[in-house]
Ligand binder design. Structure first.
Ligand code: SAM
Length: 233
């Protein structure tokens, strides 16, 4: 059993895709961590994980990176109880909210890292072990000088490819058109993947993806939405 943690885990690196937002953890969030982190929380520093053993079964595995406040991930985990879900997020209030709600609803097919997804992919996830990878509305880093902080780049996509099993799905969505184009170019250049929709085509939102919190915000601002659905060859 692990001790509750309140701070995201990450290794030193020169460029990160996130900023650690300031702010103290509230009493409610602290209680959520104390009660539910031992059940749902996983540590980057535990290294390679045997998820079949952890979940006590051999089931398809879905990983979501940057789940934000976690409501859509929880909805998906409840909608597909035959699959096991692994969420990664660096924002403690979002992690606290997700594990609290999951705990109160008795959800069993979910585990969570509060850590940098790059580190978790490298250190904790076995090659060819994931059936679906989800990245919804990653921070767009709008300014040109910040584009290098975007989580989607060829190195990240290589890591995702290594972790997906044969015919595994990589699903991304964004509401920022230049980022959608960047995602499409990066994925189309990755020979390990084929676009399920045809070359350079975006997808409709698939039924399994709920509308996310960030997406609703974009919707109010009049943003479009671009989904990308690629399959590992
Ligand atoms: C714009 S929010 C979108 C949240 C959610 N997917 C939604 O649609 O409502 C992007 C999230 O990704 C998280 N994030 C960014 N880089 C990350 C990383 N390297 N590892 C884990 N989470 C990350 C941020 O903390 C943030 O909560």
């Amino acid at each position: 059993m692990q001790e509750p943690i309140y701070k995201p885990e990450y290794k030193d690196k020169s460029i990160r895709s996130f900023v650690i937002r300031a702010g103290r953890i509230t009493d409610g969030q602290r209680r959520a961590f104390e009660q539910w982190w031992p059940k749902y929380g996983l540590s980057l520093y535990s290294g390679a994980q045997d998820f079949d053993q952890l979940f006590g079964r051999k089931a398809p595995k879905v990983m979501e990176v940057g789940f934000g406040m976690g409501d859509s991930l929880l909805e998906m985990a409840k909608a597909e109880p035959e699959k096991d879900f692994i969420g990664i997020e660096v924002h403690p209030p979002g992690v606290g909210r997700l594990i609290n709600n999951a705990g109160l609803e008795g959800v069993e097919n979910l585990r969570v890292y509060m850590a940098d997804a790059n580190d978790v992919l490298e250190d904790c996830i076995a090659d060819a072990s994931l059936d679906r990878f989800q990245l919804y509305f990653p921070d767009p880093w709008h300014k040109k000088k910040h584009n290098k902080r975007r989580i989607v780049n060829s190195g990240f996509i290589q890591k995702v490819s290594d972790k997906l099993c044969h015919a595994g799905i990589c699903h991304m969505a964004t509401d920022w058109e230049p980022y959608a184009e960047h995602m499409m170019e990066t994925m189309s250049a990755a020979e390990q993947f084929e676009n399920t929709q045809g070359d350079y085509l975006f997808s409709e939102r698939p039924d399994f993806r709920p509308v996310t919190k960030f997406e609703r915000r974009g919707d109010r601002l009049g943003h479009g939405v671009w989904d990308l659905l690629f399959r590992k060859r």
